[in-house]
Design a protein around this ligand. Structure first.
Ligand SMILES: O=P(O)(O)OC[C@H]1O[C@H](OP(=O)(O)OP(=O)(O)O)[C@H](O)[C@@H]1O
Ligand SMILES: O=C(O)c1cc(=O)[nH]c(=O)[nH]1
Length: 233
């Protein structure tokens, strides 16, 4: 995919997330306790058509990373709960693109009867990409890395929907790196995001009808980035 196509994919994704009501503007408190003028709630990709469309964006982003030599992968892993549908749907989208790979996911609580255990799906082996919606403090990635390694796989990357491109910490204390950068540094894993905060701002500046209706939020999102934004991500 060329730079231009990649840019268009990101713009398309933001328009899609906004029209699906997943990307919203207003006043929201993030997990870190920051008052954010926008929020991305992937739990609202909650019908077949939107989940299918989302999976198509994940698949295209991952295959593009692979084509550019940024990752080689054998299977997907989705951390419970939201990651379960995300990894499963992405596996379906990949198969439709002639790239059929196995996938697995975990139970939050181990099952002590029947087949037992915490993992469901394909046996964990080879190079594994973690599929999730967002990274906040990095807890889900840390647990996923541990889970994959403990079961014989090798984590090789993380695929997320939106990179908020903001520095770690909380409302008052702001650390140097973003959550995504911390994951990249701590685990040596590349993180591939379908889109990021930059693309949210590009969308708000696009002059489209949808963006015009959101004009009051443009300044607030820019101010939020000034305050918490990471240098690059
Ligand atoms: O980087 P972190 O601080 O881990 O935050 C990100 C994780 O938090 C959310 O899931 P959550 O743990 O709330 O579980 P859910 O999928 O069951 O909603 C989200 O889906 C990520 O998995
Ligand atoms: O950090 C968070 O709490 C967070 C932000 C966001 O936009 N979406 C999300 O699911 N969590």
């Amino acid at each position: 995919m060329t730079q231009e196509l990649r840019r268009e994919l990101r713009a398309e994704f933001i328009r899609f997330a906004h029209s699906a009501g997943v990307l919203r503007f207003g006043e929201f408190t993030t997990k870190a306790g920051r008052l954010s003028p926008y929020f991305f709630n992937a739990g609202l990709f909650n019908d077949g058509a939107t989940l299918g469309a989302l999976a198509e964006f994940y698949a295209r982003t991952l295959l593009d990373a692979e084509r550019h030599g940024h990752v080689r992968f054998d299977m997907l892993y989705g951390p419970a709960y939201k990651g379960i549908t995300l990894a499963s749907a992405t596996a379906v989208a990949l198969a439709r693109k002639e790239r059929n790979v196995p996938f697995a996911f975990n139970r939050k609580e181990a099952k002590d009867h029947g087949e037992g255990g915490v993992l469901i799906g394909a046996p964990m082996r080879g190079r594994v990409v973690i599929v999730d919606d967002v990274i906040s403090a990095g807890t889900s990635v840390r647990e996923s890395v541990e889970m994959i390694r403990a079961h014989g796989g090798e984590p090789v990357g993380v695929l997320i929907a939106l990179d908020r491109q903001e520095r770690g910490g909380n409302a008052e204390n702001v650390s140097e790196l973003s959550a995504v950068q911390e994951v990249e540094q701590k685990y040596g894993l590349p993180v591939f995001a379908i889109a990021g905060l930059d693309d949210v701002l590009t969308f708000l500046d696009s002059g489209s009808e949808a963006a015009s209706a959101l004009a009051p939020y443009r300044q607030r999102v820019a101010e939020y980035r000034m305050r918490y934004g990471a240098s690059t991500s």
